[in-house]
Structures are given as structure tokens and as C-alpha cells.
Ligand binder design. Structure first.
Ligand SMILES: [Zn+2]
Length: 322
């Protein structure tokens, strides 16, 4: 599958900036070439309203010295530029979601073309892949690092080690879901993880520090930079029990269009049936109380108070106790 060599194979040791794609879509890759070694691809901005990944990756690219690097880092702070510049999760015109269209299509809609370009030119050539997400402007999350179970024990073990490097975040192993960057990585047998930072439209200082710490741990643990073996904290690990558990868009859907007023905050431990908030339809219909479907920790909460029927309001996960 890795037929033609990747574009960075011709680049010498040092720091390079390359525009991938001509016209639209296209994205910018910051390539740090060190000595011979593995290739890690790290991107942010798969969704356009998530700012933690772009911020931390721009900083990371400036911090790493290629002459002290074993291997190559291909850093793409913003993958979906059209969504990023519109400040929206998905493409501003056709609504296409880059995290649902992999492996993409070079003649498809906007997001499908970005996916195909990224997969062919970058992702399929990686030895490790990290995709940095967050709650975006509409959600507030209890941050985690996660991976998709591939059914290949060796790859799953590497992914678990990668995810645990982000040791300020809890860890979530989930079932295969199509269309994601991680599904494309799994098909190409590239070990891959994602992180979900707080979101809420900004970059929380704790998340910025946690992502830098996690990336540093990853680079040391996988031999890209020298350093003492990280002593990792042991946050809770959850392996999903069923297929839809980590599919945030499915949980506690709004029963109607309206105004959502949350009654709890992210991180709260909820009993089954405890109140998450109230949905007020903008009309004569009475308000609806939104209750937890099962006990657990609130890891995702709708922050944007205008909601459409069917949009997710909250995710509750039974995290193991520390
Ligand atoms: Zn995202």
C-alpha cells in the first residue's frame, strides 16, 4: 500500500514548511526531519472550531530541534482549513464532517477531498498517528485520550501505550467506527490515537499543559527524543462495552428544538435518573427534564444552549474508580 515514497522522504534534516494540495482543498505541514527513524503524523483542526490542537502543535513545532530528533515529525496544526476559517465544526457550505468521510474521495465533496488528500499524501506513510480534538464551541468535555480497537493485538497494545502518554487525561478504548481518521489509520495498519480536550470554544491552560506533557511523553517513550523514561500517572481507563458507547452524538438526544439549561457541570458523578438539565421548547410545549440514562461520570455536556431536536446533550460514562 505504501507504494510511492512520501513527500518528506526527499527533505534533508531540518525544519520545512510544505503546502499539500494545490488550490482548495489544501493544508500546511510543518515537517521536522531528524536522523533516520520512525515517522509520527500529528494533526489538529480535523474539526474547525477546536483550538487546542492547532495551538499546541504550532508551539510544539517551534520547540523541537531537528538536530536532536530521531525520526520525522509531520505536524499539521489545521487539517480542515475551510471549517477552521469559518469557525465551524464542519464545512461551512456543504456541512461535510471530515471525521466521518474517511477514506475520502478525490472527486467527492469538500471534506471527502481533504480526507483523500491527507490519507494518500500523509497518513498512510506514518508509523504513528495522533489526532487532537476537543469539545469545540458547542460542548464542554472531561478530557480524555482514546483509541479504536482494531482487533490486532499488537496494534492495540501500541495504541494503548500511546494514549496512556497523555496521563492528565482519562483513557477510553472504543469499538471500530467507520469514516474517522482512526478508521483510515486502522485500515493502513498505522497505530493511532486521538485526544479530546475541554473545548468550550477556547484553550484551557490545563489542557495546553496536558497536551504538551502528553506529546513530550510520547516523543520520549517512542524514541523520537532522548529523555528520562516518563513516570506516568495512572488515570482511569475504560474499555467500551458496546459499539455506540464512545459515539458522543448519540447520547441523550434533545427531544425537541429549544433552549437547553444544564443543571450540572462536566466531571459530575451522576446516579441513574439524576437531572442533567431542562430543555425548553420555544413554544407552548412544556419543558422537558433531561435525566441520566445510567450512572457514571458526566464526560460531555452541551454548552451551546440553542439545540435542535436530536442533537446530543450529554454523555455519561461509567469510569472505574481511582
Ligand atoms: Zn473533533
Amino acid at each position: 500500500m505504501k507504494s510511492s515514497p512520501p513527500f518528506w522522504s526527499r527533505l534533508g534534516q531540518g525544519r520545512h514548511v510544505r503546502r499539500i494540495g494545490s488550490g482548495s482543498p489544501a493544508f500546511t505541514a510543518l515537517v521536522l526531519r531528524g536522523r533516520l527513524g520512525p515517522v509520527a503524523v500529528i494533526n489538529g483542526g480535523t474539526h474547525g472550531d477546536e483550538y487546542e490542537g492547532p495551538t499546541v502543535l504550532q508551539e510544539l513545532a517551534a520547540q523541537i530541534r531537528p538536530d536532536r530528533l530521531q525520526g520525522t515529525l509531520v505536524i499539521i496544526p489545521v487539517l480542515h482549513e475551510a471549517a477552521f476559517f469559518a469557525g465551524t465544526r464542519c464545512h461551512p457550505e456543504d456541512g461535510s464532517n471530515l471525521a466521518r468521510v474517511f477514506p475520502g474521495n478525490p472527486r467527492g465533496n469538500h471534506a471527502e477531498r481533504v480526507a483523500a488528500l491527507f490519507l494518500e499524501r500523509v497518513l498512510r506513510h506514518a508509523d504513528y498517528y495522533l489526532d487532537l480534538h476537543s469539545g469545540g464551541t458547542a460542548y464542554d468535555l472531561l478530557p480524555w485520550s482514546g483509541y479504536m480497537l482494531t482487533g490486532r493485538a499488537e496494534i492495540d497494545a501500541i495504541q494503548h501505550r500511546m494514549a496512556r502518554c497523555f496521563d492528565d487525561y482519562w483513557c477510553w478504548g472504543s469499538h471500530y467506527a467507520p469514516g474517522r481518521t482512526l478508521s483510515a489509520a486502522a485500515a493502513a495498519q498505522v497505530p493511532a490515537i486521538y485526544t479530546e480536550s475541554r473545548g468550550a470554544g477556547g484553550v484551557h491552560p490545563a489542557d495546553r499543559a496536558a497536551l504538551h506533557r502528553g506529546l513530550r511523553h510520547f516523543l520520549v517513550a517512542f524514541g523520537f527524543v532522548r529523555g528520562p523514561t516518563p513516570r506516568l500517572k495512572k488515570p482511569p481507563v475504560r474499555i467500551a462495552r458496546h459499539k455506540e458507547e464512545a459515539h458522543l452524538q448519540l447520547h441523550h438526544p434533545a427531544p425537541a428544538d429549544g433552549l437547553f439549561i444544564p443543571a450540572v457541570t462536566v466531571g459530575a458523578v451522576l446516579a441513574r435518573r439524576s437531572i442533567i438539565g431542562r430543555l425548553h421548547p420555544l413554544g407552548p410545549a412544556p419543558a422537558v427534564t433531561i435525566r441520566a440514562g445510567h450512572r457514571g461520570t458526566l464526560v460531555c455536556l452541551r454548552r451551546q444552549r440553542s439545540v435542535r431536536k436530536g442533537e446530543a446533550l450529554a454523555t455519561v460514562v461509567a469510569l472505574p474508580r481511582r
